[in-house]
Design a protein around this ligand. Structure first.
Ligand code: GRF
Length: 220
């Protein structure tokens, strides 16, 4: 089966982007990273993507008069590159309903909480503040409402009683880097899809994908 052409949208350091690029370096991985697109020219991830030999593009949201025009410019670029799937990875712009609809069930996002708990920002502070003993991350199909949509996968990590938001964010990030490539593989291979706004899986996880499920080590 042809590998799906994936664009990763970033705004910052791009550590999840790097995890996806590393996973896709395996020719058996069902997706290739065809483009990294940022709304910020100073996003650290752009240099890392270029080092990996991946095409990069900057579409500066400040150059557009409205969200709709910015989203239309991104949409045109993604279609010009024959992109099949979009991965949001620390992309810090709200997307219009039209853009979300145009990429419905072909755009996924990673969020640093166990959704539907803690959508939005400052998730680690909020989980500690709420007295949670578990926290984690979620990969989901994107819908217009921020941090919502059918959930593809989640990883949970413990919260230590003396955790600071910074300590907790590092532990969650380790889990993000394991979860996101797996979730992308599920979608790109066609194993995971959406019916009636819920995830459906076709058959069992094949051995080559199951092999990607590494044992998480969430110490410190
Ligand atoms: C991650 O915590 C991700 O879950 C959230 O934004 C952060 C991006 O980090 N959506 P990075 O740019 O992937 O390092």
């Amino acid at each position: 089966m042809a590998r799906k052409r994936v664009a990763i949208l970033i705004s910052g350091r791009g550590s999840n982007m790097t995890a996806l690029i590393e996973a896709a370096a395996d020719p058996e991985f069902p997706a290739e990273i065809a483009l990294v697109l940022s709304n910020r020219a100073d996003a650290g991830g752009l240099a890392r993507a270029a080092e990996a030999g991946i095409a990069t593009a900057v579409i500066d949201h400040k150059a557009y008069g409205s969200r709709a025009e910015f989203d239309a410019a991104m949409d045109a670029r993604l279609r010009a590159e024959a992109i099949d799937l979009v991965c949001l990875a620390g992309f810090m712009r709200l997307l219009t309903d039209g853009f979300c609809e145009g990429w419905r069930d072909r755009m996924i996002n990673i969020h640093p909480s166990l959704l539907p708990l803690f959508p939005g920002l400052h998730t680690h502070e909020r989980a500690i503040e709420a007295g949670m003993r578990l926290h984690g991350c979620t990969v989901h199909f994107v819908r217009a409402q921020m941090d919502s949509g059918p959930i593809i996968g989640q990883a949970a990590v413990p919260i230590a009683l003396d955790d600071t938001p910074d300590m907790l964010s590092k532990r969650v990030l380790t889990a993000e880097h394991q979860l996101y490539p797996l979730a992308l593989a599920l979608v790109a291979s066609g194993l995971a899809s959406v019916e009636n706004e819920r995830l459906v899986m076709q058959g069992d996880l094949p051995a080559d994908l199951a092999g990607m499920l590494v044992s998480p080590r969430f110490g410190g």
